[in-house]
Design a protein around this ligand. Sequence first.
Ligand SMILES: Cc1ncc(COP(=O)(O)O)c(C=O)c1O
Length: 368
Amino acid sequence: MSKVPFVNYGLQYKDLKSEIDGTMQDVLARGDLILRKDTDEFERRLAEFVGTKYAVALNSGTDALFFSLLTAGIGKGDEVITVSHTFVASIATIVQAGATPILIDVAEDFEMDVSKLEEAITEKTKAIILVHLNGRMSNIDKVMEIAQKHNLIVIEDAAQALGAKYNGKRAGLTGYSGCFSFYPAKILGCFGDGGGLTTNDEKVAEHVRLLRDHGQKTKTEIMCFGWNSRLDNLQAAVLNVKMNHLESWLNRRRAIASLYNEGLKEVGRIKVPPAPDNGIYFDVFQNYVLRVEDRDALFAYLKENGVETLIKDPIANHNHPGLKLSYFKLPMSEQLAKEVISLPMYPELTDEQVKYVIGCVKNFYSKK
Ligand SMILES: Cc1ncc(COP(=O)(O)O)c(C=O)c1O
């Protein structure tokens, strides 16, 4: 095994083994497998954590985005603005809803370049999918102001931002909906796929509850056509256990980011991300992403030295030929595709491991 793996799911399980095993056995013994009390409890806790009135558990963050668009009545002939520099699901769901994605560029901090937003709005625009990337929120205040002026809704793609804040407000609190992913590598990850939607609008919550369960209000009443997008009750039970550790994990991620930033800030040819407490931002570092020169050589050097890293977007989303979006010209997103690299980031990393990674990165640039 590498000295510093990029993810280590087994470690977290080992730490929580007795709690998780106990909960899973309890769920199995009860036979509570689909939409049972653990799911209700998880929804209550997610809503409470984010600060919304409602949360609906789903089987992915992708479906949270898709259902947000559907409940807002967005489809053919409508345009939805988002960024290219994101996970592809933020864009794909717009296409799946039948609408047209309009992609704009990001700023230096990888978040939507809000100065480019108004010029992208047309009379067909219905919504903005505002992505909070890497555990940092976008400037939701400014985006809400522009959206209100143009009568648009803001769907928060908070798949990477559970616990992040802007101006004291948590990701997923302010927009039409907040869309979360509980994929294993996420800040709060289950043992497979999982997702959730937060909202303050009761009608949206009710509609999403129908869409996730084939439109069934009760076993005998079908209100509309829907999908099967239920979060397994067993996964909800696991997430309830993990929720107890969320605050301490967020603190640990922020502490690791501070160590990385401190250790790497003086290294030339590297740009470290903003510090965890950066004015009105409260960043939670789903990912710790550097902008570097000689990115591919750094990746290889770290691998040789037992450090696994990730180059997630070597091609900007809009430039994947299969997506047919290359008519968008987005200089910063295209530049980032050449420069970004993610270092290992999870609460179980030890300070020694973080220092080892820092030492390797420093060695690489001192030799060049
Ligand atoms: C920014 C972003 N949006 C949406 C998603 C989709 O979430 P899921 O994988 O749970 O469908 C992800 C997950 O990686 C993501 O990072």
